[in-house]
Design a protein around this ligand. Structure first.
Ligand SMILES: [Zn+2]
Length: 327
């Protein structure tokens, strides 16, 4: 067997291999087949693509798991894995993908956000140098806020660093992801009038933001609602950056980047929340025309939204936060 083929087998998703072997995997755990187990002692690390039992000590990668479980020597286990390769890959890949390929009538599936696939990204957040620089040097954010928001980072094949921002619903279920390009350098507007740059150049012109298929990024940081005390104000910001600044300043905050992305059910959810908990909704709109427009649009959906004015020399709340921080 070729070396690269062996590597392909080592890279088979460990939980996919376990399920193919007949183990029932839940929440990255299963009953250990190597000792008399009643408590799902076998743990899977998706990141390391390995398994470990903390009772009997069994551990290893996909090939080890197949060898031990099938009680076969290395070559036989490898052959079994190679035979099962396509099945494991097919079974383990997002179901929605195979729907798209085989049944075009199921196009609706295309917009389904693959929670299962993405949740694990945020289990062990990792911040690369670019992310740390952006969050802590440039934005001066409180590390506790960064942990609470489970921000993580990665690097794509073109070596572009991305900050990965998870969106959760109120129950803490992942509903969407926003990827922010940390290597983005805006191209100055040719007009030279300081108007917003629309394009950036980095790593072959990757965009500033990217959203995985089906991401629902209507409201950011919804789980914070569960931490609000009765009567405590909820601050509404325009985007994640302002939300992190608001949180770092010690306020409870969510972000609603766009009134058009705010679904009716979310607006109703917020209005109900306001009614039940007498929560004041407060917004510091960006000091520009789009900022005021967003405020007016949100005010229609959330009639109780209060307007606060930023000082004249601050364009948005992040700016205000940084000015206060640096004194
Ligand atoms: Zn065990």
């Amino acid at each position: 067997m070729e070396k690269y083929e062996l590597q392909k087998l080592r890279d088979l998703p460990i939980e996919g291999v376990a399920e193919r072997l007949g183990l029932s995997v839940r929440m990255h755990k299963a009953l250990c087949p190597f000792h008399d187990d009643h408590h799902a002692s076998l743990s899977f690390s998706v990141r390391r693509n390995s398994f470990r039992c903390f009772v009997c000590g069994a551990h290893g990668g996909p090939i080890d798991l197949a060898m031990r479980y099938l009680n076969k020597p290395f070559l036989d286990a490898v052959r079994w894995l190679a035979d099962e390769h396509n099945v494991i890959i097919d079974e383990w890949q997002p179901r929605s993908t195979s729907f798209n390929v085989h049944r075009s009538t199921f196009n609706v599936q295309r917009s389904t956000f693959n929670v299962h696939r993405y949740t694990r990204y945020f289990e062990h957040p990792f911040l690369n140098d670019e992310a740390r620089h952006f969050l802590f040097d440039e934005r001066r954010l409180d590390p506790r806020v960064v942990r609470w928001c489970r921000l993580t980072s990665w690097r794509d094949k073109q070596d572009v660093p991305w900050l990965q921002i998870p969106y959760y619903d109120r129950e803490g279920k992942l509903v969407g992801i926003q990827n922010r390009n940390l290597g983005f350098t805006p191209i100055p507007s040719p007009k030279g009038d300081g108007s917003l740059p629309l394009k950036g150049e980095v790593g072959g012109g990757a965009p500033r933001f990217r959203f995985p298929q089906g991401s629902e990024c209507g409201i950011y940081n919804l789980p914070v609602l569960n931490m609000l005390r009765a009567g405590e104000p909820l601050y509404i910001t325009e985007g994640c950056s302002d939300c992190w600044a608001m949180l770092s300043a010690g306020h409870k905050a969510i972000a609603i980047p766009s009134a058009t992305l705010l679904k009716r059910k979310n607006a109703e959810q917020l209005s109900t929340f306001h009614f039940q908990h007498s929560t004041p909704f407060i917004m510091y709109p960006d000091r520009d025309e789009p900022g005021e427009r967003l405020f007016m649009q949100l005010k229609e959906l959330l009639p109780n939204l209060e307007h606060r004015q930023l000082p004249p020399d601050c364009k948005d709340f992040s700016d205000y936060y940084l000015k206060n921080k640096t004194g």
